[in-house]
Design a protein around this ligand. Structure first.
Ligand code: ZN
Length: 460
């Protein structure tokens, strides 16, 4: 068997062009109406402007996030969505406070930095120590406690995609703290180029000293590395007044179109309403919230009440502990089997390309059937370039449902620049093209409407 034949035989069916099919044919007219409505809709963008420009960034525990919750629920009621609710969710409450990081020797340079979410602060006088730079955890371990103890560890790791690099942000402080380091700096996890620090959540391992952790811009990390490489001892001073307050009250925002035939069966669609405390949380994830929400509003306005219930959920606290996702999952325990699909948009609103499908514990027969059906729906989005259905999807907020076997659809875009803006002060509304936003609304409206209305389920 040649390698080529092997590839052909094992290539997933998603590579084949979807055949003309009943789902595609049955929903062609409805999909055209939804796409037309989305591409002429101005109200979704009005909501994006309000959320980004008037409410602004929405860190868990902040008054702004709760203002966003109240505003979204009031708007949903005004729009006539059914069963609008804001069930209480207790959320962790971390605050950044004042912070700065300076190279103090052999040169004096203030750095572009952002403390990492959930980090402890420093003493008021700050922490001043020599820097040890490493490019991997292996290098750190090799240096050992003798050379890491009392130092500030810098993880100078080039960005190689979010999934591969984020581990230094999440675990770096504890790995260094275990060896006696006094603080950890992480070269920002994102596409570099504008001396921008990228924040994000970090976690402390149990039983390890909690040391402060901050992200610095790639440019500052490279400067420190160059100085060290010439044999200099680099000293840094880190000052952070970050602290964790008692848990706060927050809420998920829920609105529905109750199904006309099987109201107990549900398609969940949504994103997360919280954001980091820099920028406006426009790409991450105001756009995911408003696109899913507006998709439901357009379906309602066109009078297309689907067979099953379409439920929009704007989740709280995705960025640190996914408390909103966990609370939603708990609230539907016993009804998980009634969730016929869950769709999440949390990768920004660049030009949409399609959806990734996740199926836990499915047989290969169920897989190919579900993929085939999703592709039939995807074919309705080929005209706007958003019809690609790939294997592997899901998302943090629908994760608990997907792990229990609910088919998960992860919204996909070209993703060209998302990680330049992600978790930075530059995640502002101007980074979203209004036309591309409309295309995303169209893709979600068509996918979610057909999932909620089609006679069978993706997986039966
Ligand atoms: Zn996000």
């Amino acid at each position: 068997m040649t390698r080529r034949t092997l590839l052909a035989l094992t290539a997933p069916p998603l590579l084949a062009a979807p055949a003309k099919s009943t789902l595609t044919e049955a929903y062609r007219a409805g999909a055209a109406r939804l796409i037309g409505a989305a591409l002429t809709d101005a109200d979704g963008w009005r909501k994006m402007m309000y959320l980004c420009d008037r409410v602004g960034h929405r860190l868990t525990g902040s008054p702004a996030l709760e203002e966003a919750v109240r505003w979204a629920a009031a708007e949903m009621k005004r729009e006539g969505l059914d069963n609008v609710a804001t069930p209480l969710v207790k959320v962790p409450h971390w605050v950044r406070g004042d912070e700065r990081a300076d190279i103090v020797a052999p040169v004096e340079v203030p750095m572009a930095m952002l403390g990492l979410g959930q980090s402890v602060g420093t003493p008021a006088a700050g922490i001043t120590a020599d820097v040890v730079a490493v490019g991997s955890f292996e290098e750190l371990e090799k240096l050992g406690a003798a050379r890491v103890g009392g130092k500030i560890v810098l993880y100078n790791v080039p960005y190689q995609g979010y999934g591969r690099t984020v581990t230094f942000r999440s675990e770096g402080a504890s790995r260094a703290g275990k060896l006696g380091a006094v603080a950890a700096l992480v070269r920002s996890v994102g596409i570099p180029g504008h001396r921008t620090p990228h924040t994000g959540v970090m976690e402390y391992a149990d039983g390890v000293p909690k040391i402060p952790a901050a992200a610095i811009s790639a440019e500052d990390a490279l400067l420190i590395q160059r100085l060290i490489d010439t044999g200099e001892t680099v000293r840094v001073q880190l000052k952070m007044s970050a602290r964790t307050l008692p848990d706060a009250d927050s809420a998920n925002v829920i609105g529905e179109i109750v199904g006309r035939e099987k109201p107990e069966e549900v398609v969940v669609i949504g994103g997360h309403l919280d954001s980091w405390d820099v920028g406006q949380g426009a790409q991450d994830d105001g756009c995911g919230c408003v696109a899913c929400w507006q998709a439901a509003v357009l379906i309602k306005q066109l009078g297309l009440r689907p067979r099953r219930t379409l439920r929009v959920v704007l989740f709280t606290n995705e960025e640190t502990q996914q408390a909103g996702a966990k609370a939603y999952f708990k609230s539907v325990s016993g009804q998980v089997k009634n969730h016929v699909a869950a769709l999440e948009m949390d990768g920004g609103a660049e030009r949409p390309t399609g959806f990734g499908l996740a199926l836990a514990n499915a047989t290969s027969e169920q897989w190919s059937r579900a993929l085939g059906r999703a592709q039939e729906i995807g074919a309705l989005l080929e005209g706007i370039g958003a019809g690609q259905i790939t294997q592997g999807g899901g998302g943090a907020d629908i994760g608990p449902l997907v792990r229990e076997g609910v088919p998960g659809l992860g919204h996909r875009t070209v993703g060209t620049r998302y990680f330049e803006w992600h978790h930075t002060p530059s995640d502002t509304l101007d980074k979203i093209d209004p036309r591309e936003f409309q295309l995303n609304v169209a893709a979600i409206a068509v996918m979610s409407y057909v999932l909620a209305d089609m006679p069978g389920r993706l997986v039966e």
